[in-house]
Write a protein that binds this ligand. Structure first.
Ligand SMILES: [Zn+2]
Length: 142
């Protein structure tokens, strides 16, 4: 999957996780109630693209940076609602990559998980993203 796809799905995952935790309605004041979710959404979008830094750093692709341990650490060690939202956002990256090839998701264990259902940057990926967009718009406005 390409960077924009990862950031799109991570952003939607962050919003969904915040919504599930009722993070948009917890604090009593407008300033507090919107600052935390918006900062978390931006953080989720950034985190969603982060694992592919392995390409720039010369680390073998889809190994340590795509391990499931990072999202789980964030999910369980950062306080709610931020931790679960960011953990879920980061988790979308290796899971999406599993649809476009194989990922060493349990790094350092030598198991590669996934299958080539979607060609990275191809028409299927675009349709995948359009489908997500339609689904989100449908659920927001129904
Ligand atoms: Zn990746």
């Amino acid at each position: 999957m390409i960077g924009p796809t990862h950031r799109l799905w991570a952003t939607i995952a962050t919003i969904a996780a915040l919504h599930a935790q009722r993070a948009f309605t917890i604090p009593p004041t407008l300033e507090v109630s919107m600052v935390l979710p918006i900062a978390t959404i931006i953080g989720g979008a950034v985190l969603g693209g982060l694992p592919d830094l392995d390409l720039k750093l010369g680390i073998p692709h889809r190994t340590i940076t795509h391990a499931i341990w990072w999202p789980l650490l964030i999910w369980f060690f950062l306080p709610a609602p931020v931790g679960p939202a960011l953990g879920f956002a980061l988790l979308t990256h290796p899971l999406l990559d599993c649809l476009a090839g194989r990922v060493q998701i349990f790094w350092p264990l030598p198991w590669w998980v996934g299958m080539q259902l979607v060609k990275t940057g191809g028409a299927t990926e675009t349709m995948f993203n359009i489908g997500l967009g339609v689904w989100v718009v449908w659920n927001v406005f129904k």
